[in-house]
Design a protein around this ligand. Sequence first.
Ligand code: DNO
Length: 405
Amino acid sequence: MRQTWRWFGPKDLVSIDDMLQAGVEGVVSALHHVPTGAVWSPAEIEQRQAEIGRRRDGTPSGLAWEVVESLPVSEDVKKQKGEWRAHLANYGESLRNLAAAGIEVVCYNFMPVLDWTRTDLTYKVAHGGTCMRFDLVDFAAFDLFILERRGAAEDYPETVREAAAERFAGMDDGQKEQLTGNIAFGLPGAAETMTLDDLRRHLAEYGAISAETLRSHFTAFLEAVVPVAEEVGIRLCCHPDDPPFPLLGLPRVMSTEADYAAIMQAVDSPANGITLCSGSLGARPDNDLPGMMERLGDRVHFLHLRNVYRESDQVQGSFYEDEHLAGATDMVALLAAVIAEERRRKAAGRRDHTIPMRPDHGQDILDDLGRRAQPGYPSIGRLKGLAELRGVMTALSHPRWGMAS
Ligand code: DNO
């Protein structure tokens, strides 16, 4: 595995210098300032590469931009409305420009309106640090009583609705604002930053779009961009829905193994691949991550390694972001499945036999608590996650004590 690390660009409070000390080998980044749907120009790409290539004092970092996360898909493309055809052409153009700059792995997602969603960005865990949390009762309180979405009541069991009413009654204005901000304003990397009214407008536009329609729009997107990716040597990889169940009545179509299998088959090309995110998929009890790696591994081009603690055994439930080796996913088994896949690829002579991984998210611990880096992306919490994962990877790959090769 290639040990990579997400960097949000020069404004990121965790610097290139920091990641060198964490033992990072490659960088994951995106041009967050370019509007969704527009072309990523060669000049902009080159500038980000230069920023990644130097330390604070101007000396070379030795690091390169290896993975794009994300080249966002516009709402127009997801809805097949407005500028969607132009956006598809621009997407292809961006892929060409990225390939010309030597970048081969491009991650994106196909979640309508909301990207990853949490209700609490600073949930206190037992050791005193904080992490991100999705609380279904808080989310329902937002949906039912702040957003006041029509039909929302049908989407939650009665026990959750009652708890949400009680929770909402106990919230002061500051808490309501905070909850709205956490859900609607977009977490780091999200393509859209929205007000409550924007969110209502977006939701209204999705009224007629079922999961089946969204899936057909997704296939049309892939039919347009995968041939370009094939031609220029890019491996596209779709990130799962986070959390992996419908939110606010919006369809979500990349939440399960069956969802991935269907999309991989719909456009059956190695360029149409997967970002296996153990944290997102692991929030659902019916997703078996090591098994998914074994069965779909051939098309996994990028790995997000993190773990969640599930607070319920329902598909739709609360969870918080646990330490990388704790939580619901058997991380050792998952890493073993990745190593086995890498060996298979190597034996088959595939160029892409080393799969990039990044320690996804991290709890805020020690000095993270005062640094205020991007939510979910602290320096020490991620460094700890990477170090733990690296330990397991090293042990599993050991020629004498590790997995038999
Ligand atoms: C969250 C991230 C996601 C991811 C996008 C990929 O931490 O994993 O925002 O970048 O969904 O398109």
